[in-house]
Design a protein around this ligand. Sequence first.
Ligand code: URA
Ligand code: SF4
Length: 480
Amino acid sequence: MQTAHLASQTDFTGWRAAARRFLMNSVPPSETIWTVEGDAADLLALDTTETARPASMAFSVPRAFLALAEDAIAYRDPARFTLLYELLWRLQQDKTLLSISFDPLVHRIGGMVKAVHRDKHKMHAFVRFREITENDGPRFVAWFEPAHYIVESNAAFFVRRFPNMRWSILTPDLCAHWDGAELAFSPGATIDMAPKDDRLEETWRSYYAAIFNPARLKVKAMTKEMAQKYWRNLPEAALIKPLIASAARTTGAMIAADATEALAHSQRMVEMAKPDLFADEPEDIRAIKKEAAHCKMCPLYKDATQTVFGEGPSDAEIMLVGEQPGDKEDLAGKPFVGPAGQLLDRALDDAGIDRDKTYVTNAVKHFKFTPRGKIRLHQKPNTSEIRACNPWLQRERAIVKPKLIIALGATAAQGVFGKAMPIGKNRGHMLTLDDGTTAMITVHPSYLLRVLDQDKDREYAAFVHDLKLAAKFTKRAKAA
Ligand code: URA
Ligand code: SF4
C-alpha cells in the first residue's frame, strides 16, 4: 500500500503531486491510501511511500481531466481521491475515456462535479448576512452549511459581489473572511457562533415578499430547491408558508403589496440583497424581465404603466445605460423609443455603432413623473430609487457581460458605478469597474435636446466623439 497525505480536504496541489508520484511508480489505484491532515485515518496511516524511481512510465494528464478533478475534489466523500486517481490511471490506457459518458467511473465523477456545482449555486443563493458591530465598524456575518467542500472555491464570488463590505461566512468546515482588501480562512465554526437576528431581518422578509410573484409559484420546485436545511437560516422562510397559502387563495393578485414600505430606510439591505433567490435557475434576459414586471422594490411601480426592461442581444459587446424610461417608453414598454431615443439612434449611427447589436437599458426601470394637466412631467429618480433598481441592472450585466458599458448621463453613471460620478471630468475615458468591466460615461441624449441652439452642434459632435471612442475600444478589444 502507498499512502498520500493531503494538507486539507481540497488540497488539489497535494493530490496532483501524489498522483504523479503514484503513476511514475505504476502504483495501481487499489494500492493507494489517501489521508487528509487532521483526519482519524491520517493519524493511523503509516508512511510507506517510496521515493520515486526514475520515470520509467511516461504519463499524461489531459487538461479536461484536471478541470474535472479540481471540481470533483470538493465532493464530500473520502473515496473521491482514489476514484480520481483511478480515472487518471485508466486514462493512460484509453485517451478517449472522458468522452465515454456511460462508463460507470466517468459517470460517477461527472455526477460528483454536478453536485458540487449545484452546491455552489445554492451557496450563492442562500447565504444571508447579518450585521454585527465590531470596534472598527460593522461586519456582516453569515452561517451556511454546504453539502461539499466549496467554501474556498466559492469565496471569490462573494468578494466580487460584496467588495466594499466586511464579511465572514461561517461554515462547519471552514470560514471565509473578507476585510475589504484581503481574503482569509479560519477553521470551521458552529452555528451558535453566528448572529441569529438583527434589525435587517424584517427588511429581508419585506424584500422577499415584494419580489415574490405568486404567478410563478411552483411549490414543489420551491420546496425542493430550498431544502429544509437552508430554510432554517433564512429569515424569509417565515414568510414562505403564508405566501403559499395566500397565493392559493388569491390567484393573480399581487400579495404583500404594502410590505415594500419597510424598504425606504434600508438601502443597505437592498444592496446586499441583489436578488439571488433564484440564482439556481439559469438566468436569461427573458426570465428576469418577467420577474421585473412584478417588481415593487421602490414606490415607482405605483404610477407607471409598466416596467421597461432592457432590450437587445444577450451577447452584446456594448451595453448602453440610460436614466429611466420616459413618457413614450412607459407606454411602449421599450427603452429609448421617444425623442431622446431618436437622437441616440442618430448619434450611434454617426459613430458607426449598430444599435441592434447593443443592449439598451436604464438605471431605473419605471417612469417617474408628476402629472401636470394632461402631460406627465419627467422627474429625476433619487438615490434610493436608483439603488433599489440596481439589482436588475446587475443581473442584466451578469447575463450580457458586455465588453463596454456606456453610461448616459449622471443617473446612469450612478447606477453603473454605485456612486455619483461628475460627468464633465469623467466623460470619454475608459474606466474600470470593480468586476473588471470597462465603462465609459458620456452625456444623456436628452441633454442635447435641452442645450441652447448655438451650442447644439458642438455638444452633439462631442457626444458622437465619445461614442466613436467606444466603437474603437470594442474593435480593439475584439482584435486583441
Ligand atoms: N431616457 C432614458 O434615460 N431612457 C429611456 O429609455 C428614454 C429616455
Ligand atoms: Fe422595481 Fe426599479 Fe420599478 Fe422601483 S423602478 S419598482 S426598483 S423596477
